[in-house]
Design a protein around this ligand. Structure first.
Ligand code: OOG
Ligand code: NI
Length: 466
């Protein structure tokens, strides 16, 4: 009885995503401009491409596009990460995937909190790329100890956010008034603070160790550092950004332009230098600045199987052996050329990709399939050949480590390039998180399999019902 009065986790997530978008629009006006540009390009793309529109409608995913965004935060301690996990769970967001960014010279490792399961994703696919700072990668032991001591003292969640999270866990959900309060309280964790919690000297020392260390340690909380809308044509948005007064990063990360989009393509505009003040010895404030918040857009395509991902990784590496994109954009055209050349090796029609087992697809009955009754089960390929079943790409909901590294780097500036010994430590991350992360491939395979089962059931159930 009681459960009926709970707001669903999906609705809480939707409300939270909308509140976050509103807050970021007020805090970073360029984000609002980007949202307008993306909405325009998406509308133009849909009116020019009837097949795409029909496909999105048929798979019930047209509505989610304009609602769709991801954000990113960087946390300082294991305790913050495990509490964040509990908070996101109230919104139906679970940790999927492990990303090691030490290889790219960024002292963090990460996961993405996101909805899992088709229905939840369709309702609202809001995701948060969540990184945990790795002080173990910082060489200066004294600084490391000082940073740890500072982080240990801070409280990134309001008491009410913690209390409501506990209540949701105990009762199995939140009623309307509590859910509203939960959204408002949790939003506080993501808010920008223009007063640092350290002095300018300490900030400088942290900054010298790595700009990211300063970003995490110097502030009261893990301000949201970008929110990323989903576009249906990233090349067009990239080309139009300067007209809207936004300077894009040199190259689009991820696969090249293709007829059939795969995985994820992303581009961003550089982080803004914003005024902040630091504590001074006399108890007053000293003016300074900090650079952390930026804008990003992304185009999502087909989720790849381990075989398809293997091919993607190999082709990407091949192209980067030919040209490594420079941050200043000086070799951007050459890089795009090398990328397009390398990806000749990746089939560019849905049918070929499916036949080669490179991607995950969702299967559904065609009109003819709905009129048909079969005496027994048949294999899916022959049902497609007979026009009874159609297949549509399953959207990639996750992130790409090489792309994420490119996004981090473009926002850290060239001066921040640093070498760390590659040291993925998923076990440590999961111990800090308090659970194992979900495996993304299992998840897509499950959605694909369920869609096949449901086609077969419907085709044979028609007979049973006769
Ligand atoms: C996260 C960068 C990664 C993406 O979309 O790959 C990311 C960060 O800068 O904190 O958001
Ligand atoms: Ni991002």
């Amino acid at each position: 009885m009681k459960e009926n009065s709970f707001v669903s986790a999906d609705d809480i997530r939707s409300a939270f995503s909308a509140a976050m978008s509103q807050m970021y629009r007020e805090e970073v006006p360029a984000y609002g401009t980007l949202m307008e540009l993306v909405a325009k390009v998406n509308a133009d793309t849909l009116s020019a491409d009837a097949t795409l529109k029909e496909r999105l409608e048929a798979t019930d995913s047209l509505d989610r596009i304009s609602e769709e965004r991801h954000g990113a935060i960087r946390l300082g301690t294991p305790a913050e990460l495990s509490t964040m996990r509990r908070v996101f769970a109230v919104m139906g967001m679970y940790p999927v995937g492990y990303y090691d960014l030490s290889t790219a010279g960024v002292p963090v490792h990460s996961t993405a909190f996101r909805p899992v399961g088709e229905a939840a994703l369709k309702r609202n696919p809001f995701r948060v790329f969540t990184s945990l700072l790795r002080l173990d990668l910082i060489a200066d032991e004294r600084l490391r100890a000082e940073a740890e001591a500072i982080l240990k003292e801070r409280r990134i969640f309001t008491p009410a956010a913690i209390e409501l999270t506990g209540k949701a866990e105990r009762d199995g959900g939140l009623a309307k008034a509590d859910a509203d309060r939960f959204v408002a309280e949790v939003l506080e964790t993501f808010r920008w603070h223009d007063k640092a919690s350290v002095g300018a000297d300490m900030y400088e020392r942290l900054h010298d160790a790595h700009r990211l260390v300063a970003d995490v340690v110097s502030f009261k909380g893990p301000h949201i550092n970008h929110l990323t809308p989903r576009t249906l044509d990233i090349d067009k948005v990239q080309a139009l950004m300067p007209e809207y007064g936004i300077a894009p990063k040199a190259v689009v990360e991820g696969p090249p332009t293709r007829k059939c989009p795969i995985l994820l393509r992303q581009t961003s505009f550089k982080a803004l230098e914003e005024p902040v003040s630091f504590r001074d010895a006399g108890g007053g404030w000293k003016a300074g600045s900090h650079t952390a918040r930026f804008g990003e857009i992304e185009q999502r395509g087909l989720a790849l199987t381990p075989k398809g991902r293997g091919l993607y990784d190999r082709l990407l590496e091949e192209s980067r052996k030919v040209v490594r994109p420079a941050a200043d954009g000086s070799n951007a055209r050459a890089y795009e050329g090398a990328l397009a050349e390398a990806f000749q090796g990746f089939p560019d029609s849905w049918a070929e990709i499916r036949r080669a087992g490179l991607g995950y697809f969702s299967y559904s009955l065609t009109e003819k399939g709905r009129q048909t009754k079969l005496p027994g089960r048949r294999d899916i390929d022959s049902l497609i050949a007979d026009g009874l079943v159609r297949f549509d790409p399953i959207v990639y909901e996750d992130f790409l480590p090489v792309s994420a590294a490119g996004i981090f780097q473009s926002n850290l500036g060239d001066g921040a390039q640093q070498e760390f010994v590659a040291s993925p430590n998923q076990k440590r991350f999961e111990a800090d998180l308090g659970v194992a992360v979900l495996n993304e491939f299992d998840h897509y395979a499950g959605i694909e399999q369920a869609s096949i089962e449901s086609c077969l059931r419907a085709l044979t159930a028609a007979v049973a019902a006769e």
